[in-house]
Design a protein around this ligand. Structure first.
Ligand SMILES: [Ca+2]
Length: 364
Protein backbone atom coordinates (compact mmCIF):
# COMPACT_ATOMS: atom_id res chain seq x y z
CA UNK A 1 0.00 0.00 0.00
CA UNK A 2 1.40 3.39 -0.93
CA UNK A 3 1.26 6.15 1.63
CA UNK A 4 -1.52 8.72 1.57
CA UNK A 5 -3.84 6.68 -0.58
CA UNK A 6 -7.55 6.85 0.18
CA UNK A 7 -8.93 3.86 1.99
CA UNK A 8 -12.15 2.01 1.58
CA UNK A 9 -13.49 -0.54 3.94
CA UNK A 10 -16.20 -3.06 4.35
CA UNK A 11 -17.95 -3.79 7.57
CA UNK A 12 -19.99 -6.74 8.62
CA UNK A 13 -22.40 -7.12 11.48
CA UNK A 14 -20.29 -9.73 13.18
CA UNK A 15 -21.29 -9.51 16.78
CA UNK A 16 -18.08 -8.24 18.24
CA UNK A 17 -15.62 -9.54 15.74
CA UNK A 18 -15.80 -6.31 13.81
CA UNK A 19 -14.18 -7.97 10.85
CA UNK A 20 -13.39 -5.65 8.02
CA UNK A 21 -11.57 -5.33 4.81
CA UNK A 22 -9.41 -2.43 3.91
CA UNK A 23 -8.07 -1.71 0.50
CA UNK A 24 -6.34 1.15 -1.12
CA UNK A 25 -6.43 2.11 -4.70
CA UNK A 26 -4.35 4.23 -7.00
CA UNK A 27 -5.54 7.33 -8.71
CA UNK A 28 -5.48 9.03 -12.08
CA UNK A 29 -6.57 12.28 -13.64
CA UNK A 30 -10.00 12.54 -15.18
CA UNK A 31 -12.12 14.65 -17.47
CA UNK A 32 -15.89 14.45 -17.68
CA UNK A 33 -18.42 15.72 -20.14
CA UNK A 34 -21.23 18.11 -19.40
CA UNK A 35 -24.52 16.96 -17.96
CA UNK A 36 -27.32 16.85 -20.45
CA UNK A 37 -30.57 17.24 -18.55
CA UNK A 38 -33.53 15.62 -20.20
CA UNK A 39 -36.27 18.19 -20.76
CA UNK A 40 -39.76 17.55 -19.55
CA UNK A 41 -42.14 18.72 -16.88
CA UNK A 42 -42.57 16.77 -13.65
CA UNK A 43 -45.70 14.73 -13.02
CA UNK A 44 -48.35 16.70 -11.20
CA UNK A 45 -48.92 14.47 -8.18
CA UNK A 46 -45.77 15.27 -6.25
CA UNK A 47 -45.56 13.00 -3.17
CA UNK A 48 -45.12 14.89 0.11
CA UNK A 49 -41.54 15.34 1.19
CA UNK A 50 -40.20 14.46 -2.24
CA UNK A 51 -38.92 16.49 -5.16
CA UNK A 52 -38.87 15.65 -8.85
CA UNK A 53 -35.42 14.83 -10.21
CA UNK A 54 -35.70 15.37 -13.96
CA UNK A 55 -33.43 12.58 -15.10
CA UNK A 56 -30.92 12.87 -17.90
CA UNK A 57 -27.51 11.79 -19.03
CA UNK A 58 -24.40 12.24 -16.95
CA UNK A 59 -20.82 11.16 -16.40
CA UNK A 60 -20.90 8.61 -13.57
CA UNK A 61 -17.84 7.93 -11.47
CA UNK A 62 -14.61 9.82 -11.02
CA UNK A 63 -10.97 9.61 -11.93
CA UNK A 64 -9.89 12.53 -9.73
CA UNK A 65 -6.79 12.19 -7.59
CA UNK A 66 -8.76 11.02 -4.58
CA UNK A 67 -11.05 8.64 -6.48
CA UNK A 68 -10.82 4.97 -5.61
CA UNK A 69 -10.52 2.13 -8.07
CA UNK A 70 -14.20 1.23 -7.87
CA UNK A 71 -15.20 4.73 -9.06
CA UNK A 72 -13.47 4.17 -12.40
CA UNK A 73 -13.79 4.45 -15.27
CA UNK A 74 -16.04 7.45 -15.71
CA UNK A 75 -18.80 6.38 -18.06
CA UNK A 76 -22.00 7.78 -19.57
CA UNK A 77 -25.26 6.88 -17.85
CA UNK A 78 -28.84 7.96 -18.43
CA UNK A 79 -31.54 7.78 -15.81
CA UNK A 80 -35.23 8.47 -16.17
CA UNK A 81 -36.89 11.06 -13.95
CA UNK A 82 -37.94 10.13 -10.41
CA UNK A 83 -39.08 11.64 -7.16
CA UNK A 84 -36.61 11.60 -4.29
CA UNK A 85 -36.97 12.28 -0.59
CA UNK A 86 -35.71 15.80 0.04
CA UNK A 87 -34.05 14.60 3.24
CA UNK A 88 -32.77 11.41 4.77
CA UNK A 89 -35.60 9.41 6.37
CA UNK A 90 -36.03 10.83 9.87
CA UNK A 91 -36.64 9.20 13.22
CA UNK A 92 -40.21 10.56 13.17
CA UNK A 93 -40.88 9.00 9.78
CA UNK A 94 -39.39 5.66 10.78
CA UNK A 95 -41.42 5.68 14.00
CA UNK A 96 -44.60 6.05 11.94
CA UNK A 97 -43.62 2.95 10.00
CA UNK A 98 -42.84 0.92 13.12
CA UNK A 99 -46.00 2.05 14.88
CA UNK A 100 -48.11 1.13 11.86
CA UNK A 101 -46.56 -2.27 11.18
CA UNK A 102 -44.90 -3.52 14.37
CA UNK A 103 -41.72 -3.99 12.36
CA UNK A 104 -38.69 -5.19 14.33
CA UNK A 105 -35.35 -4.05 12.91
CA UNK A 106 -32.33 -6.26 12.37
CA UNK A 107 -30.47 -4.68 15.29
CA UNK A 108 -33.34 -5.57 17.61
CA UNK A 109 -32.95 -9.27 16.80
CA UNK A 110 -30.15 -11.54 18.01
CA UNK A 111 -27.50 -12.29 15.36
CA UNK A 112 -27.66 -15.74 13.79
CA UNK A 113 -24.47 -17.67 14.56
CA UNK A 114 -24.77 -19.95 11.55
CA UNK A 115 -25.15 -17.01 9.19
CA UNK A 116 -22.20 -15.20 10.75
CA UNK A 117 -19.92 -18.19 10.45
CA UNK A 118 -20.94 -18.75 6.83
CA UNK A 119 -19.55 -15.33 5.96
CA UNK A 120 -16.24 -15.66 7.77
CA UNK A 121 -13.03 -17.12 6.41
CA UNK A 122 -12.59 -20.77 7.35
CA UNK A 123 -10.98 -21.21 10.72
CA UNK A 124 -12.25 -17.96 12.21
CA UNK A 125 -13.29 -18.59 15.82
CA UNK A 126 -16.97 -17.90 16.56
CA UNK A 127 -17.96 -14.77 18.48
CA UNK A 128 -18.41 -15.17 22.19
CA UNK A 129 -21.97 -15.99 23.39
CA UNK A 130 -22.34 -12.68 25.21
CA UNK A 131 -22.04 -10.95 21.85
CA UNK A 132 -24.86 -12.97 20.29
CA UNK A 133 -27.48 -10.59 21.60
CA UNK A 134 -29.40 -7.83 19.83
CA UNK A 135 -27.12 -4.91 19.14
CA UNK A 136 -25.32 -2.94 16.52
CA UNK A 137 -22.11 -1.08 15.70
CA UNK A 138 -21.48 2.28 17.38
CA UNK A 139 -18.72 4.75 16.65
CA UNK A 140 -16.47 5.41 19.65
CA UNK A 141 -13.64 7.91 19.20
CA UNK A 142 -10.23 6.75 20.29
CA UNK A 143 -8.31 8.47 23.07
CA UNK A 144 -5.27 9.17 20.96
CA UNK A 145 -4.02 8.91 17.37
CA UNK A 146 -4.18 5.38 16.01
CA UNK A 147 -3.14 3.76 12.76
CA UNK A 148 -6.04 4.14 10.34
CA UNK A 149 -5.82 0.61 9.01
CA UNK A 150 -8.03 -1.11 11.57
CA UNK A 151 -11.55 0.23 12.01
CA UNK A 152 -12.19 -2.09 14.93
CA UNK A 153 -10.45 0.56 16.97
CA UNK A 154 -13.38 2.93 16.61
CA UNK A 155 -16.35 0.71 15.75
CA UNK A 156 -17.71 -1.14 18.76
CA UNK A 157 -20.31 -3.88 18.81
CA UNK A 158 -22.79 -2.50 21.34
CA UNK A 159 -25.51 -4.63 22.90
CA UNK A 160 -28.78 -2.74 22.96
CA UNK A 161 -27.85 -0.30 20.20
CA UNK A 162 -30.66 0.13 17.69
CA UNK A 163 -32.57 2.91 15.94
CA UNK A 164 -34.22 3.99 19.20
CA UNK A 165 -30.88 3.90 21.04
CA UNK A 166 -28.39 4.71 18.30
CA UNK A 167 -25.32 5.17 20.51
CA UNK A 168 -26.17 2.30 22.87
CA UNK A 169 -28.86 1.43 25.44
CA UNK A 170 -28.32 4.60 27.47
CA UNK A 171 -28.81 6.85 24.45
CA UNK A 172 -32.14 7.89 23.00
CA UNK A 173 -33.73 9.76 20.12
CA UNK A 174 -35.82 11.96 22.37
CA UNK A 175 -36.02 15.44 20.83
CA UNK A 176 -34.42 14.03 17.67
CA UNK A 177 -37.51 13.57 15.52
CA UNK A 178 -35.92 15.47 12.67
CA UNK A 179 -32.61 13.62 12.82
CA UNK A 180 -31.96 10.87 10.29
CA UNK A 181 -32.80 7.39 11.50
CA UNK A 182 -29.66 5.28 11.90
CA UNK A 183 -28.88 1.70 12.94
CA UNK A 184 -31.05 0.49 10.09
CA UNK A 185 -29.96 -2.41 7.91
CA UNK A 186 -30.57 -2.57 4.17
CA UNK A 187 -33.41 -4.97 4.91
CA UNK A 188 -34.94 -2.43 7.30
CA UNK A 189 -34.62 0.33 4.72
CA UNK A 190 -36.31 -1.78 2.04
CA UNK A 191 -39.13 -2.69 4.42
CA UNK A 192 -39.71 0.98 5.20
CA UNK A 193 -39.62 1.90 1.53
CA UNK A 194 -42.22 -0.72 0.62
CA UNK A 195 -44.49 0.51 3.38
CA UNK A 196 -44.06 4.09 2.15
CA UNK A 197 -44.89 3.13 -1.44
CA UNK A 198 -41.35 3.94 -2.48
CA UNK A 199 -38.09 2.09 -3.05
CA UNK A 200 -34.41 2.66 -2.50
CA UNK A 201 -32.67 4.59 -5.28
CA UNK A 202 -30.42 2.83 -7.68
CA UNK A 203 -26.82 3.83 -7.31
CA UNK A 204 -27.05 5.68 -10.62
CA UNK A 205 -30.15 7.59 -9.54
CA UNK A 206 -28.46 8.49 -6.27
CA UNK A 207 -25.32 9.85 -7.95
CA UNK A 208 -27.28 11.72 -10.60
CA UNK A 209 -29.37 13.34 -7.88
CA UNK A 210 -26.36 14.09 -5.66
CA UNK A 211 -24.63 15.99 -8.45
CA UNK A 212 -27.57 18.38 -8.48
CA UNK A 213 -27.18 19.31 -12.12
CA UNK A 214 -23.45 20.07 -11.88
CA UNK A 215 -21.32 18.20 -14.39
CA UNK A 216 -18.19 16.43 -13.23
CA UNK A 217 -17.71 18.44 -10.04
CA UNK A 218 -15.78 17.03 -7.12
CA UNK A 219 -18.46 17.81 -4.56
CA UNK A 220 -22.22 18.18 -4.51
CA UNK A 221 -21.75 21.94 -4.08
CA UNK A 222 -19.15 22.29 -6.88
CA UNK A 223 -15.37 22.30 -6.93
CA UNK A 224 -14.86 24.61 -3.95
CA UNK A 225 -12.67 22.92 -1.35
CA UNK A 226 -14.14 21.75 1.94
CA UNK A 227 -14.13 24.69 4.31
CA UNK A 228 -12.90 24.28 7.89
CA UNK A 229 -14.43 27.62 8.81
CA UNK A 230 -17.88 27.09 7.33
CA UNK A 231 -18.22 23.43 6.37
CA UNK A 232 -20.57 22.73 3.48
CA UNK A 233 -21.81 19.46 5.00
CA UNK A 234 -21.87 17.52 8.24
CA UNK A 235 -18.47 15.87 8.05
CA UNK A 236 -15.57 15.49 10.47
CA UNK A 237 -13.35 18.42 11.36
CA UNK A 238 -10.16 17.71 13.24
CA UNK A 239 -8.11 14.57 13.41
CA UNK A 240 -9.90 11.30 12.83
CA UNK A 241 -10.79 9.33 14.89
CA UNK A 242 -9.64 10.88 18.15
CA UNK A 243 -10.10 14.67 17.97
CA UNK A 244 -13.43 15.98 16.74
CA UNK A 245 -13.26 19.77 16.60
CA UNK A 246 -16.92 19.93 15.51
CA UNK A 247 -16.44 23.40 14.06
CA UNK A 248 -19.66 22.78 12.14
CA UNK A 249 -21.40 22.57 15.51
CA UNK A 250 -22.12 18.86 15.27
CA UNK A 251 -20.18 15.99 16.79
CA UNK A 252 -22.36 13.29 15.30
CA UNK A 253 -25.53 13.38 13.21
CA UNK A 254 -27.51 16.56 12.89
CA UNK A 255 -31.12 17.34 12.10
CA UNK A 256 -31.82 17.11 8.40
CA UNK A 257 -31.72 20.41 6.50
CA UNK A 258 -28.97 21.84 8.76
CA UNK A 259 -26.75 22.49 5.73
CA UNK A 260 -27.61 24.06 2.37
CA UNK A 261 -29.28 21.83 -0.24
CA UNK A 262 -27.71 20.90 -3.55
CA UNK A 263 -28.84 22.15 -6.94
CA UNK A 264 -31.90 19.88 -6.97
CA UNK A 265 -33.01 20.99 -3.50
CA UNK A 266 -31.81 17.79 -1.79
CA UNK A 267 -30.28 18.02 1.68
CA UNK A 268 -27.35 16.05 3.11
CA UNK A 269 -26.42 14.30 -0.14
CA UNK A 270 -22.93 14.80 1.26
CA UNK A 271 -22.32 13.77 4.85
CA UNK A 272 -24.52 13.43 7.92
CA UNK A 273 -25.32 9.74 7.33
CA UNK A 274 -24.49 7.23 4.63
CA UNK A 275 -27.49 6.24 2.52
CA UNK A 276 -28.39 2.74 1.38
CA UNK A 277 -29.03 2.22 -2.32
CA UNK A 278 -30.79 -0.73 -3.92
CA UNK A 279 -27.85 -2.12 -5.88
CA UNK A 280 -25.49 -4.89 -4.95
CA UNK A 281 -21.95 -3.62 -4.48
CA UNK A 282 -19.45 -4.82 -7.07
CA UNK A 283 -15.97 -3.36 -7.19
CA UNK A 284 -15.83 -3.97 -10.93
CA UNK A 285 -19.32 -2.72 -11.80
CA UNK A 286 -18.00 0.25 -13.76
CA UNK A 287 -15.18 -1.66 -15.42
CA UNK A 288 -17.80 -4.05 -16.77
CA UNK A 289 -19.57 -1.15 -18.46
CA UNK A 290 -16.46 -0.16 -20.40
CA UNK A 291 -17.19 0.03 -24.11
CA UNK A 292 -20.84 0.93 -23.70
CA UNK A 293 -21.69 4.27 -25.27
CA UNK A 294 -24.32 4.94 -22.68
CA UNK A 295 -25.85 2.81 -19.95
CA UNK A 296 -29.60 3.27 -19.50
CA UNK A 297 -31.07 3.11 -16.00
CA UNK A 298 -28.55 0.63 -14.59
CA UNK A 299 -29.94 -1.49 -11.76
CA UNK A 300 -26.56 -2.68 -10.54
CA UNK A 301 -24.87 -6.06 -10.90
CA UNK A 302 -26.68 -9.35 -10.47
CA UNK A 303 -24.58 -10.20 -7.47
CA UNK A 304 -22.10 -8.67 -5.11
CA UNK A 305 -18.41 -8.87 -5.90
CA UNK A 306 -15.62 -7.67 -3.68
CA UNK A 307 -12.25 -9.38 -4.07
CA UNK A 308 -11.29 -8.19 -0.60
CA UNK A 309 -14.27 -9.97 1.03
CA UNK A 310 -15.68 -12.45 -1.46
CA UNK A 311 -17.66 -14.30 1.22
CA UNK A 312 -19.66 -11.20 2.20
CA UNK A 313 -22.46 -10.03 -0.11
CA UNK A 314 -22.74 -6.27 0.12
CA UNK A 315 -25.17 -3.55 -0.88
CA UNK A 316 -24.27 -0.03 -1.90
CA UNK A 317 -24.08 2.95 0.43
CA UNK A 318 -23.50 6.51 -0.78
CA UNK A 319 -22.76 10.02 0.43
CA UNK A 320 -20.43 9.60 3.39
CA UNK A 321 -21.21 10.65 6.92
CA UNK A 322 -20.30 12.89 9.84
CA UNK A 323 -17.20 10.73 10.21
CA UNK A 324 -15.76 11.52 6.80
CA UNK A 325 -12.61 13.57 6.63
CA UNK A 326 -10.28 14.28 3.73
CA UNK A 327 -7.36 12.75 5.61
CA UNK A 328 -9.10 9.42 5.93
CA UNK A 329 -12.33 8.94 3.98
CA UNK A 330 -13.43 11.62 1.53
CA UNK A 331 -16.60 9.74 0.78
CA UNK A 332 -18.76 12.85 0.83
CA UNK A 333 -17.75 13.11 -2.83
CA UNK A 334 -20.77 12.27 -5.03
CA UNK A 335 -18.90 9.50 -6.83
CA UNK A 336 -17.64 7.68 -3.74
CA UNK A 337 -18.96 4.15 -3.23
CA UNK A 338 -19.18 1.91 -0.21
CA UNK A 339 -20.22 -1.70 0.18
CA UNK A 340 -21.80 -3.05 3.34
CA UNK A 341 -23.54 -6.30 4.19
CA UNK A 342 -27.31 -5.85 4.10
CA UNK A 343 -27.88 -6.97 7.70
CA UNK A 344 -25.53 -4.37 9.16
CA UNK A 345 -26.70 -1.30 11.04
CA UNK A 346 -24.34 1.43 12.14
CA UNK A 347 -24.61 4.76 13.93
CA UNK A 348 -23.72 6.68 10.78
CA UNK A 349 -25.90 4.88 8.21
CA UNK A 350 -29.44 5.77 7.16
CA UNK A 351 -31.27 6.06 3.84
CA UNK A 352 -33.73 7.98 1.70
CA UNK A 353 -36.30 6.75 -0.80
CA UNK A 354 -37.28 7.42 -4.38
CA UNK A 355 -40.45 6.82 -6.35
CA UNK A 356 -41.10 6.52 -10.05
CA UNK A 357 -44.45 7.01 -11.76
CA UNK A 358 -44.48 3.59 -13.37
CA UNK A 359 -41.84 1.21 -12.06
CA UNK A 360 -43.36 0.22 -8.73
CA UNK A 361 -41.57 -0.27 -5.44
CA UNK A 362 -39.27 -3.20 -5.97
CA UNK A 363 -35.68 -3.51 -4.90
CA UNK A 364 -34.11 -6.71 -6.16
CA1 LIG B 1 -26.34 11.78 3.64
Amino acid sequence: MRKNEPKQFTIKRLAGLGLLAIAAFGSTFFVVKALQPRPGSPPADNPPGMIWIPGGEFAMGSEASDARGDEKPVHRVRVDGFWMDITEVTNAQFRQFVDATGYVTTAERAPDLQEIMSQLPAGTPPPSPENLVPGSLVFAPTAQPVPLDDIRQWWKWTAGANWRHPEGPESSIEDKDSYPVVQVSWDDAVAYARWAGSRLPTEAEWEFAARGGLAGKRFVWGDEAVSDVKPQANIWQGDFPYRNLATDGHERTTAVKAFPPNGYGLYDMAGNVWEWCGDWYAADAYARRAGAIIVENPQGPERSFDPRRPEMPQRIQRGGSFLCNASYCSSYRPSARMGCTPDTGMSHVGFRCVRTPSSGTTNH
